[in-house]
Design a protein around this ligand. Structure first.
Ligand SMILES: [Zn+2]
Length: 388
């Protein structure tokens, strides 16, 4: 299964930016390199009025009049913030008016597609959430991701293809949607429950990525712990050397005391006492340090690990109610060699494509682009088992 959370691509970022800027009254012209937007006077979007150039992707050369648009750019983050404050709720309707989307397991097959026909049976409602996920550690590490998650209102199943359609959409109604419109389709309770479903799907889909960051942070913590251990070991060795040096000086003094006389002997006794005290203090420090080392410096380890532990926050930025159509699609396939034609019927949705996974009628393997249909007679058979 594909991930429920759909990555926000560069083209989706541009589409989103244009959609939003247009909705607040800006106009734009674009070429391959950049988009020039004109901000009319009195438009409150954090851009001064006049022309601004938006460069695609990352650019070093940004400033007041030149902004870069890409998923992580400051300008785009600002737009998202604006959009979520202005239009937390939008609506979009996907009517079937373009060509039927042909699944990969037909497209990669050798059969000729005679006809693809979609018959809509009913309207369904889905909600697309645009999320910002930030993964950070107390210390220095922070990463942000943007993901869209689409959830069917009735089944609460994720529909990643619909999230993609949403991201690439050129028009979403944002300003004409009244509270009443939204309430007639979704209650506050619906929204809460769909949001929590989407959040769960989002975190499931992000699991590997978060785990990767977690391991990276653990490695950073490990090496910090190791570095601390190494320095403390060095300190222990230094103290041991100092201690040995003091012992040998004390031995020398004892020698002097045994052989010396008078003032010199008194002086040596006094000095030996001083050194003994110093030696005792040093021995105490050393023992304490050695004990901490033998226990693995638990306090310091805890402090380091806490500093590298992850905090994952998901923030829903926008919510869009998407109306789409569900029904069935018929694909008529011709086997030129055998001069036969057969029709295949599958569940289909506008903006979604083929809804359910299709399977081989013989071995039940899932049909995919890599394992397409290879026989249509007497049954629909996959490439894997037909070759056996
Ligand atoms: Zn098969």
């Amino acid at each position: 299964m594909t991930d429920a959370a759909v990555r926000v691509t560069q083209s989706a970022v541009e589409q989103f930016s244009k959609r939003f800027l247009q909705s607040v009254g800006c106009t734009f012209e674009e070429n391959d390199e950049h988009i020039v937007i004109s901000v009319p006077e009195g438009t409150d979007i954090g851009l001064s009025h006049g022309d601004h150039r938006l460069t695609r992707g990352e650019s070093q050369n940004t400033g007041e009049q030149i902004k870069s648009v890409h998923p992580e750019s400051e300008f785009f983050q600002q737009l998202l913030q604006d959009a979520s404050e202005r239009y937390p709720v939008g609506a979009m309707s996907i009517q079937h008016n373009s060509a039927v989307e042909v699944p990969a397991w037909i497209e990669s097959s050798l059969f000729e597609l005679q006809e693809a026909r979609f018959t809509p049976y009913y309207n369904r409602t889905a909600v697309v959430f645009l999320f910002k996920i930030s993964v950070e550690t107390v210390s220095e590490y922070q990463q942000e991701f943007l993901r869209a998650v689409a959830v069917d209102k009735r089944s609460t199943d994720p529909i990643p293809q619909l999230a993609e359609t949403f991201l690439e959409a050129t028009s979403i109604t944002t300003d004409t949607l009244s509270d009443h419109d939204v309430q007639s389709q979704l209650t506050e309770k619906d929204v809460q429950s769909l949001l929590s479903t989407a959040q769960t799907q989002l975190l499931d889909a992000m699991d590997d990525q978060i785990e990767e960051i977690h391991q990276e942070a653990s490695r950073a913590a490990d090496s910090e712990v190791e570095e601390y251990r190494r320095m403390q070991q060095q300190r222990i060795e230094e103290l041991q050397e100092e201690s040995a040096e003091l012992s040998s000086r004390i031995d020398d003094l004892s020698e002097k005391i045994n052989t010396g006389e008078g003032a010199e002997r008194v002086q040596a006794l006094k000095k030996r006492q001083e050194l003994k005290t110093e030696h005792d203090e040093l021995a105490e420090t050393l023992t304490e340090l050695q004990e901490r080392r033998d226990r693995g410096f638990p306090d310091r380890q805890r402090e380091i690990r806490e500093r590298h532990s992850l905090t994952v926050t998901t923030t829903p930025l926008t919510l869009t109610v998407v109306e789409y159509e569900r029904g069935e699609a018929d694909f008529e396939l011709t086997d030129q060699q055998r001069q036969t034609t057969r029709s295949l019927r599958v569940g289909y949705g506008s903006g979604v494509g083929v809804i359910d996974d299709a399977h081989c009628s013989v071995c039940e393997s899932q049909l995919t682009g890599a394992n397409p249909i290879s026989h249509i007679e007497p049954e629909f058979q996959c490439q894997q088992c037909a070759g056996r």
